[in-house]
Design a protein around this ligand. Structure first.
Ligand SMILES: [Zn+2]
Ligand SMILES: [Zn+2]
Length: 669
């Protein structure tokens, strides 16, 4: 920091500026510019805030709301280039759309605590070599490469959907767009939905460009964050790989954004600032006048709709690269199988697993449910063990020997005695979690070398990397895992995938449930037979006639999506209409209900906007707080954010009540 000043000056003649602080408060405060400071819009400054100091960004000329004589002067200016205009517009846009204070968005721009670099911290960032490890392409890939490279050179906004089955070489194709961006001297950002996925892609991109990409995600150390932030800010880091929050970093010269696995629900941030990473990437591309590439083997219905409307370009990679073929899918109708109530792997699947191991190949068993059993009940009285502070069953985990609440993190040892009827040792585990499947594998296939892959059994990205290595080295015959396993890993020996419960996820009041199940199962299927060996996927179901199962068996994504699109159109659901969720929560149930009803009573009601609720949320009690939900359903043409602002701002909401607004909700809990 420089230029400390204590000199008094004549406030009336002084320039004032509005400084935005990384705090959830209004849209900034006016400060005086001391005469000896040269201040530009976008400068990072230190200002007095109460008795403390805060970092902020000069957002605009002073608003003039407060008399200049009452304002405090800026303390100092950071020795940094001003925040680019596009970053400021992006903050304002996202704040307006998500109904979040702009300071909360600025906090993401600052990437946590902003501290100046020390000289010993300065790192030389190696630049990616665009011509390192060049690839040969199929004609189809070549066409896509030519278009994407042209888009990068055009330096204009545009969105392309890179749509190719798993193994069709999407990464290699978009890497050529990255290469062109680097040749043009610009920065490029590759977004991934989850940190656990970065390991595999990190290696492939490192191999392609001969340098390590600069990472941005929540598991970086404080020092690494600071170094990476400054490298990105200065434009020295050209090649950035990150989770959704990387979108907000203050790029000096961003030329391309790639959103990999664009269909992933994990792009939606559900806490703090609630936003959809993919949608905001498109906004950032638009504001920055740069191309955006959305890549997926199973594109979201929203994105396909934009393609249909001619808003997005569609680049299709049909065939799997090289020799690999699509796997063969087969349904196992569980109603026809004679199985003990405590077993979950059907005889045909068990036999296929055994054969695969004998043939020296690898398998995966997929169940999107962590822990041992989703429900524990007392056989004497039927009591189900429930979390004391949530509307949620407790889930037994053998690994910890405890019962866990997956909503709030509460855990307790499995009690010996039923808290209701006091019967001893009468608890029974109901249904399977992956730990229970692992137990069954150990009992039925004692020769199998297996491991469990789930977010709570692995030690972050490093743990995922270690498991992938063990699969690569053929030290494992079988991986048992949750949806985390459905992601872009490439195992040449993997020829069998078993889906324990293909029906899971179809139930519930979520308009995207069928789409998600279809995507997830198709991704899981895509894990199998990626090299020379053809793969087989077994789907265990009690619902073989469901449209999702039928579409999967036929491999007919387009038919499924078309049927799903008609359904959404009929019910005015996204992308044909707009949704927003309002969750009203608080400690006092009666007050929550009263406020929720008051909000509903003042709601705008016309033929373009409709309010459903209030109704108890599916998790009606979470962490001891009562939760009620209202759903706003509006026509496509309605500006929902503005409508909600106009509706809620005149209301007086007590401090003990929280109203959380979720524009374009993906979670309906
Ligand atoms: Zn009991
Ligand atoms: Zn809980």
């Amino acid at each position: 920091m420089t230029n400390n000043t204590t000199k008094p000056f004549d406030a009336k003649k002084e320039r004032t500026v509005r400084v935005l602080l990384p705090l959830p408060l209004g849209d900034g405060y006016d400060y005086l510019v001391p005469p000896d400071l040269s201040i530009k819009i976008g400068n990072f400054v230190s200002v007095p805030l109460g008795k403390k100091e805060s970092v902020g960004v000069v957002w605009a000329e002073g608003s003039g709301n407060v008399l200049a004589s009452k304002l405090k002067p800026i303390n100092s200016v950071f020795d940094l280039e001003p925040l680019p205009d596009v970053s400021r517009s992006f903050v304002d846009w996202v704040a307006g759309y998500t109904l979040t204070p702009p300071g909360s968005i600025l906090k993401m721009v600052l990437g946590g605590q902003l501290r100046p670099l020390k000289d010993k911290d300065r790192v030389e960032t190696a630049l990616p070599d665009p011509d390192f490890a060049k690839r040969t392409f199929s004609p189809e890939q070549q066409d896509a490469v030519i278009q994407l490279v042209a888009d990068v050179n055009a330096a204009a906004y545009g969105v392309s959907l890179l749509d190719g089955v798993t193994g069709s070489g999407k990464t290699e194709v978009y890497a050529e767009a990255l290469a062109q961006c680097f040749r043009n001297g610009q920065q490029a950002l590759v977004l991934l939905p989850e940190i656990a996925m970065t390991a595999a892609l990190f290696q492939r991109l490192t191999d392609r460009f001969g340098v390590v990409p600069t990472l941005w995600h929540s598991e970086l150390t404080e020092k690494q964050r600071r170094l990476n932030w400054h490298a990105i800010k200065q434009g020295k880091a050209r090649f950035i790989l990150g989770a959704r929050s990387a979108l907000f970093l203050p790029y000096q010269n961003l030329g391309l954004i790639i959103v990999d696995e664009e269909h992933e629900g994990a792009y939606k941030q559900e806490e703090g600032v609630i936003y959809h990473g993919r949608d905001m990437a498109v906004v950032r591309g638009h504001l920055g006048k740069i191309p955006v590439i959305l890549a997926s083997a199973t594109p979201s219905l929203e994105t396909l709709h934009n393609v249909q409307q001619g808003k997005y370009k569609h680049l299709i990679l049909q065939s799997r690269f090289g020799k690999a073929r699509m796997p063969h899918l087969e349904l196992i109708d569980l109603r026809d199988e004679k199985m003990n109530a405590q077993t979950f792997i059907s005889p045909p699947l068990l036999e296929a697993l055994s054969k695969t191991i004998t043939n020296g190949q690898q398998s995966m068993l997929f169940l999107n449910r962590r822990g041992y059993a989703p429900l524990t009940l007392c056989r004497a009285c039927g009591n189900r063990l429930q979390c004391p502070s949530c509307t949620s069953w407790l889930i037994e985990h053998k690994r910890t020997g405890r019962l866990h609440c997956h909503q709030c993190g509460y855990s307790t040892p499995l009690p010996k005695v039923c808290p209701v009827c006091e019967a001893e040792d009468k608890f029974a585990a109901c249904g399977p979690g992956i730990e229970r499947i692992a137990e069954e594998v150990a009992a039925c296939l004692p020769e199998a070398r297996f491991a469990i892959m789930a977010s709570d059994t692995m030690d972050g990205p490093k743990g995922a990397e270690a498991l992938i290595q063990q699969m690569d080295d053929h030290k494992l015959d079988l991986l048992i895992g949750t949806q985390i396993m459905a992601k872009g890993y490439h195992f040449p020996r993997l020829t069998l995938v078993g889906v324990i419960d293909a029906d899971l996820g179809l139930a519930g009041g979520d308009p995207r449930a069928a789409e998600r199940t279809f995507q997830l199962l198709q991704q899981v299927a895509g894990r199998s037979g990626r090299a020379e060996n053809p793969g087989t996927v077994y789907l265990q179901t009690t619902n073989p006639d469901h449209p999702v199962m039928k579409a999967l068996i036929k491999g007919d994504r387009d038919a499924f999506m078309l049927a799903e699109m008609r359904e959404r159109q009929t019910y005015h659901l996204p992308p044909f209409g707009r949704l927003a969720g309002l969750t009203v929560s608080g400690e006092d149930r009666a007050q929550v209900v009263q406020i929720a009803q008051m909000i509903a009573a003042t709601a705008p009601q016309n033929d373009r906007i409709k309010i459903l609720g209030p109704a108890p949320a599916p998790f009606a009690i979470l962490r001891g707080k009562t939760r009620y939900r209202l759903t706003v359903q509006a026509a496509r043409t309605v500006n929902v954010s503005a409508a909600i602002t106009a509706w809620l701002s005149p209301l007086t909401i007590p401090r003990t009540i929280k109203v959380q607004i979720d524009i374009d909700p993906y979670s309906f809990l």
